[in-house]
Write a protein that binds this ligand. Structure first.
Ligand SMILES: C[S@@+](CC[C@H](N)C(=O)[O-])C[C@H]1O[C@@H](n2cnc3c(N)ncnc32)[C@H](O)[C@@H]1O
Length: 443
């Protein structure tokens, strides 16, 4: 009889392929659709995702696999929202593999619904669910975006934005170009980084897209031998991205990025690890004001009693649309003499708030663009009728259409004369009501 002890254990272990030992010991569960493995531990962004829950709008996990993150959320929310209706919907588990959704259903988790959804365009059921529940307070996309090309990631971001509740949070993790796939001296990882650098130098927007893991792993002599069972789970398409790339794509769609880093993912197999930079992690929030403005029908009229809030929303929307930083937005507000910015000492906090929403970076190029922003804003003041109202005329120089913000009843002639003087059409009958009618309705 061989003696039990460390030497025999080592021997027995050596007989198994290294990857089988690794996958089994880590409880890495292969996906049913060749999209890698469910992570051995919950997402490093689990806390950010769960703390986004507002008690009303459910959380959403896109690419939920067998439900590890969903189960953790249910457990945590159960403690935090113990008083809430147990029947209420709290977490939605979404995946593009029915086998995964069936596995989550079998867990019979309270407050959980499953739904089929595939990024970037198989969104129909998710959109219906979002419409029913008023959007999701937090969306987790953990280890999914690396199956999409850059264009697909951008389309997914645009659609996910529409699924979020106002002020909702998006949490994303994916592989960074720093990850290794097969051991510390991983030729695949090294090659990936070289190709990435070459493509970046050539000006590619997404230099990490389209690696064929399977053929590269087979071609190269990987430091950890992967057995056939494990190989079946690896995707032939793989996309790696740094946090700053994902962050800037999110900002392009109006998100405010709260966290963008490369860090360790404790649920990855250790042979993927590389200097603690192998996982790209981004948390972003949808700005409530901008999201609301974007969802409103056009032409858009912003109205408030004093013109302060409307002016702030207007500046924020224009500054974001034109990519202005704080310095250039300030210049724009001063040029337009927006009351909340230049004349109202008690509006200081509003001005500060607007500026905080914009990048601090002092970019001269952006400042110069302010002089020709593609639109005209004129501020009018009602000193005659005694309402002390500030009215704004906002016109697009390209379409030559204009809208009025905060018009005063009885001052239509003044407003329309200004629109005429600046060369704006009095409205396009085909697209909507003419300025004259809109003015009447608003007044
Ligand atoms: C690598 S696993 C990650 C599972 C889990 N999110 C985690 O962090 O452990 C990828 C999961 O995303 C799903 N998936 C892959 N591509 C997808 C897509 N385009 N849309 C939605 N889900 C997708 C797969 O079915 C699989 O469940």
């Amino acid at each position: 009889m061989p003696k039990e002890g460390p030497a025999t254990a080592q021997h027995a272990e050596a007989k198994l392929s290294q990857s089988a030992v690794l996958m089994a010991s880590l409880a890495l569960k292969g996906t049913a659709n060749q999209t890698g493995f469910e992570m051995a531990k919950t997402s490093p962004l689990l806390d950010s995702w769960i703390s986004a829950y507002d008690g009303v709008h459910p959380l959403l996990d896109v690419g939920c696999a067998y439900g590890r993150n969903v189960s953790a959320a249910v457990e945590r929310l159960g403690a935090r929202w113990a008083h809430a209706d147990q029947e209420g919907l709290r977490v939605v588990a979404c995946d593009c593999a029915q086998e995964h959704l069936d596995a989550v259903e079998e867990l019979r988790l309270p407050g959980v619904k499953t739904v089929f959804g595939k990024l970037p365009d198989g969104f129909q059921h998710l959109q219906e669910m979002a419409a029913e529940c008023g959007g999701f307070s937090g969306i987790l996309i953990s280890e999914v975006l690396h199956f999409l090309p850059g264009q697909g990631i951008e389309e997914a971001i645009a659609k996910l934005k529409g699924l979020l509740a106002p002020n909702g949070t998006l949490c994303i993790t994916m592989f960074s170009p720093e990850s290794n796939i097969s051991g510390a001296e991983c030729p695949f990882g090294q090659r990936m980084r070289e190709v990435y650098a070459e493509r970046q130098a050539a000006g590619d927007k997404w230099p990490g897209e389209g690696f064929d893991m399977v053929s590269i792993l087979r071609e190269q002599k990987a430091a950890v031998t992967l057995d056939e069972e494990a190989m079946k789970c690896f995707p032939s398409y793989f996309h790696v991205a740094y946090a700053h790339q994902l962050a800037s794509a999110l900002e392009d769609y109006g998100f405010k990025v709260l966290l963008a880093q490369e860090d360790r993912h404790p649920g990855h197999a250790p042979h993927f690890w590389h200097e603690g930079k192998e996982s790209t992690q981004v948390v972003a929030k949808m700005d409530m004001v901008l999201a609301a403005i974007e969802k409103l029908p056009r032409p858009l009229m912003l109205q408030c009693t004093s013109g302060n809030r409307a002016g702030a929303a207007l500046l924020l929307a224009q500054a974001k649309a034109l990519g202005h930083n704080r310095a250039s937005a300030s210049l724009l507000a001063e040029d337009l003499d927006l009351k909340f910015f230049t004349r109202c000492s008690e509006c200081g906090p509003v001005r500060d708030w607007v500026l905080q929403q914009l990048p601090a970076d002092n970019d001269e190029a952006q400042v110069s663009e302010v002089r020709n922003p593609g639109f005209v804003i004129e501020q009018l003041f009602d000193a005659h009728q005694g309402s002390s109202t500030f009215t704004y005329l906002v016109g697009c120089t390209q379409s030559q259409e204009a809208i009025l913000i905060d018009p005063v009843l009885g001052l239509e002639t003044r407003d329309l004369a200004l629109a005429d003087e600046l060369g704006f059409k009095a409205g396009d009958e085909k697209k909507g009501r003419p300025l004259r009618q809109r003015l009447k309705a608003a007044g």
